[in-house]
Design a protein around this ligand. Sequence first.
Ligand SMILES: Cc1cc2nc3c(=O)[nH]c(=O)nc-3n(C[C@H](O)[C@H](O)[C@H](O)COP(=O)(O)OP(=O)(O)OC[C@H]3O[C@@H](n4cnc5c(N)ncnc54)[C@H](O)[C@@H]3O)c2cc1C
Length: 469
Amino acid sequence: MAETPKYDVVIIGSGPGGYVAAIRAGQLGLKTAVIEKDDKFGGTCLHVGCVPTKALLFSADVYDSIKNAREYGIVCKEFSVDWAAVQARKTKVVTKLAKGIEFLFKKNKVESIQGYGRLAGPGRIAVTDAKGQTREIQARKIVLATGSEAKTFPGFEPDGKTILTNREILAVKAIPKSMVVMGAGAVGVEFASIFHRFGSKVTILEMLPRAVPLEDEEISAELEKSFRRQGITIVTQAKVEKAAKTANGVAVSYTGPDGKSQKIEAETLLVAVGRSPNTRDLGLEKTRVKLERGFVKVDPCMQTDEPGVYAIGDLVANSPLLAHVASMEGIVAVTHAAGKPVEPINYDQAPNCTYCEPEISSVGLTERRAREAGHQVRVGKFPFAGNSKSGILGAREGFVKMVCDEKYGEILGVHMIGPRVTELVAEAAAVLRLEGTALDLSHTIHPHPTLSEALMEASHAVDGMAIHF
Ligand SMILES: Cc1cc2nc3c(=O)[nH]c(=O)nc-3n(C[C@H](O)[C@H](O)[C@H](O)COP(=O)(O)OP(=O)(O)OC[C@H]3O[C@@H](n4cnc5c(N)ncnc54)[C@H](O)[C@@H]3O)c2cc1C
């Protein structure tokens, strides 16, 4: 019998958790393999998540700029959206990045195995290929990085035409004339922003009392105000009951905030109500791996309760479902697997970004959570209307809100809504990690004219001394 191949580490799944873990494992000199069931590397993030959505958002930005070009002194007489070309550009961006992963695997001597991976016993993984043939490989350490899928419900199953998840909506052949978005979390509001700007009439139905419910309450209020101003309808405390297909699309029934039943018709319904972890068919039942609502429980070094088995990314319990968090968890897991010292992740310092229009980003505690945690809180707020670069860009909406501890002014959280704030949040994350204070940030010279000055101004505002407001 042929001997089964042996690796130091085998990673199941090649999303931003798995592929980054594999590259780092290769860099650490570990004999590494990645198992991927799909015919391309990169996972949800690269193929149906972060990257294609942002490529579409950028095309929407370009379209918006041309529509408003007159404001900047540019006259564009004829322009229109070529949806097929928008889609083709998105595919080109994704394909190039996927090839980049292949290149990085080769560079770092990471072996890739196409097939579906399942745990088959201690240190053993069964891989089933597209023809249904199963073979076994062995590994000293195994990293589960199988990610997540869109949650769906009976009666709301995606059909690729009228009822869609993030996967199908990225492949629609034409811009829908109207769309109901179920869920005002990050995925829902991003797609709402994309399709509204391409001309769809968008209605968002959110069950909770506010949009982007994980963000600071003032951020949610500002986003809802902005969406309404732009012409996106948003109904909070709306409980969706039923989706019935019609001749022209779908009729969505819901109970509104007043307790009355309502019905809205649209060409498409996007279901964006959260994610389910891919832990069902991984062979976990024969292991000591513990689950919490289907998500895998891990220790600070990303180890599960099964010796030698780690888990990272979207399938991890109590970890935010974000690509950059998955990648850091991958680095922690394989560094630990290599026997090197690791620093556990402080999830309170992980930045959150929502790429709607206007963009949202945050890191650390919201004002409410800081107070609940027992802090005496001081808050500084600075509006982008007072920032010169915002004026130059013609994007004066939004603000930076800084939440500090009263005693030493330590920054506990930064919450932003406005132009390009997803590019600003890494500075705030670095300051939080270094336990910096509002004074540290206000004494840091920020270049002029930049949007980053709004962050500095918010730190001045903590002492009631913002310069430009
Ligand atoms: C529409 C949308 C937009 C998003 N935008 C952002 C964003 O802008 N920024 C951000 O940080 N996050 C964003 N996210 C979240 C982000 O995509 C995820 O957090 C991230 O992809 C998680 O990475 P992962 O490696 O854990 O899993 P995934 O990316 O889901 O990858 C898992 C991989 O494992 C493979 N796999 C699964 N089971 C098996 C098996 N048994 N055997 C072999 N292979 C298997 C899958 O095919 C897949 O390739 C977005 C998500 C969505 C849906």
